[in-house]
Design a binder for this molecule. Structure first.
Ligand code: FAD
Length: 501
């Protein structure tokens, strides 16, 4: 092969959420005369699901300079303050995984330790009563965080639910306005350099040839370039996350509009309910060896809270990731690089993370192996803690169905086993490296799933009981009072959308 050349033409293969997020960010940031070209096929279409996000999406929107009100209007988005888990420990039980912090430390002792110490006291109530996000969510209210640290509202944290197709259109408009070029057509061939194996062009059905120096594979589950062309293997995690099917359906909007996702355990999986401005997105994720497709569809349709507005759409997947996300001159982003079930809405985040890492390691002349390996290291390090966090939701259940029994008996990844063992001692949990979910998320799900430490932190035990109870009561009433003064999330959104118009 000739001398490495500077990356001038970047070809994004695929126009789903991953493709348009990538094209939007690259067209905005790579500059210096570089071209961003996106190839997609309307005939193939997109997965068309993926409507829940987590708070780091705000960083992505800010990076692109998006206006929140316009974003809400264009994508029919609503605010999300966390996830309501229903029936995950046993039928009839529920807990809330809030975004943002839980309480405030007292004398340097983390708040959840105070709660653990006093949780048997009936005046103390559930952990969620001490989270600004959870308390606002329970009242269907919303407000932006404030900058004043003493204000309870400074602790609210949020993300969005949005219409996946509208999000794609919105980002397409953005990318095209920043110079990205879209090519419509089905890719039927991939050309590679005979020496290096680097991809040099993709060819379309009508014999057009799209040449590039760097290719971003956003072709979805097909993994057209990374998997099919370059043969990068898939690490299968279905022994830990056995759900392998989903059925998605939309239904009419219901009142009140909840500023959170509801996730309801089912006999062989779980169901999501995501409220948007104009409709609700629903889906049933399940394990096919334990549940028939028709039964899964029946359960989904019988448990909708409003009439369906679309025909149910069936999807198949396998939990896991490609062994490398970057091989030769192909970087994969989105479903082409891996998939973890949407229990904590992490796929869009993993795309965002992949895009941000690509920008921070963007190649100069040719592909530098040390930078490519660094990228792969970051992506591996970001997938595995997410996998562990998802498994955590399944393992401590007390449900009677075979699916749930099997999950509570499985052996765990060492990394997760360590976190649980440590937590069981004195309720301690730490965030390693740059793992996605922070300590309050682990605490909410550990305690929500009924993993209760043998004892609380000895430092919590040393604080005077009346002082602790007084501080807890003050905190709780501050969150409640603040939440009561917030507008309903539906009113807040309507006002923002009207202002954007
Ligand atoms: C059931 C389910 C629920 C989910 N829920 C969430 C969620 O709540 N939150 C979240 O963050 N994520 C969620 N996800 C993940 C999310 O949906 C996907 O990550 C997202 O839609 C992006 O997919 P993608 O762009 O990688 O692939 P796709 O949407 O499949 O896009 C692939 C693109 O490649 C193109 N393409 C493929 N082959 C060719 C070819 N030969 N020629 C030309 N073009 C081609 C297609 O036309 C399409 O444009 C969910 C996923 C599933 C399966």
């Amino acid at each position: 092969m000739s001398e490495p050349t500077e990356i001038r033409r970047i070809v994004v293969v695929g126009g789903g959420t991953a493709g348009w997020m990538t094209a939007a960010a690259l067209s905005r940031f790579v500059g210096n005369g570089r071209r961003v070209v996106l190839v997609e096929s309307e005939a193939i279409g997109t997965v068309g699901v993926g409507e829940g996000t987590i708070p780091p999406i705000l960083e992505f929107n800010a990076m692109l300079g998006l206006d929140e009100a316009e974003f809400l209007r264009e994508t029919s988005a609503t605010y999300k303050l966390g996830i309501d888990f229903v029936g995950w420990t046993e039928p009839g039980d529920r807990y809330f995984h809030q975004f943002g912090k839980i309480g405030r430390p007292l004398n340097g002792v983390p708040f959840h330790q105070l709660w653990l110490r006093n949780r048997q006291n009936p005046a103390v109530g559930p952990l969620a009563d001490y989270s600004m996000s959870a308390v606002a969510a329970a009242r269907h209210r919303f407000g932006h965080p404030t900058a004043e640290a003493a204000d309870p509202l400074s602790q609210i944290a949020y993300a969005f639910h949005f219409d996946a197709s509208a999000y794609g259109r919105f980002l397409r408009k953005y990318a095209e306005s920043h110079g990205a070029e879209r090519i419509e057509g089905r890719i039927v061939g991939v050309e590679q350099d005979s020496d290096s194996g680097f991809v040099t062009a993709v060819t379309l059905e009508d014999d057009r040839r799209v040449r590039g120096d760097l290719f971003v594979d956003c072709s979805g589950f097909r993994s057209l370039l990374l998997g099919q062309t370059l043969g990068v293997g898939f690490e299968d995690w279905s022994h830990w996350l056995p759900c392998d099917r989903a059925i998605a359906v939309q239904s009419e909007r219901v009142e009140p509009l909840t500023p959170y996702t509801r996730t309801i355990a089912q006999p062989a999986g779980w169901q999501w309910r995501i409220p948007l401005q104009h409709r609700t997105g629903n889906g049933h994720v399940y394990c096919s060896p334990q549940m028939d497709d028709d039964d899964a569809e029946r359960i989904l349709l019988e448990t909708l809270d409003a009439p369906p507005t679309t025909t149910p759409h069936r999807l198949r997947f396998t939990a896991g990731r490609r062994s490398k996300a970057w091989e030769a001159n192909v970087v994969s982003i989105g479903l082409s690089s891996g998939f973890l079930e949407p229990l904590e809405s992490t796929s869009i985040h993993l795309m965002q993370h992949g895009i941000q890492k690509l920008l921070s390691l963007f190649p100069g002349r040719g592909i530098n192996p040390i930078e490519r390996d660094e990228y792969n290291r970051h992506m591996i390090n970001s997938y595995e803690p997410v996998r562990d966090f998802l498994i955590l939701h399944y393992i401590a259940n007390r449900r009677s169905e075979p699916f749930w029994r099997q999950l509570r008996e499985m052996s765990l990844p060492d990394t997760l086993q360590h976190k649980i063992d440590l937590f069981r001692e004195h309720g301690r949990v730490f965030r390693y490296n740059d793992e996605l979910f922070d300590v309050p998320s682990w605490i909410a799900v550990m305690l929500g799933q009924g993993i209760i430490p043998g004892e609380c932190d000895p430092l919590a035990g040393a604080l005077p009981e009346d002082e602790v109870l007084r501080a807890m009561a003050e905190l709780r009433s501050a969150y409640e009072g603040t939440a009561e003064r917030l507008p309903l999330a539906s009113d807040f959104i309507a006002q923002r959308v009207a202002a954007a118009a």
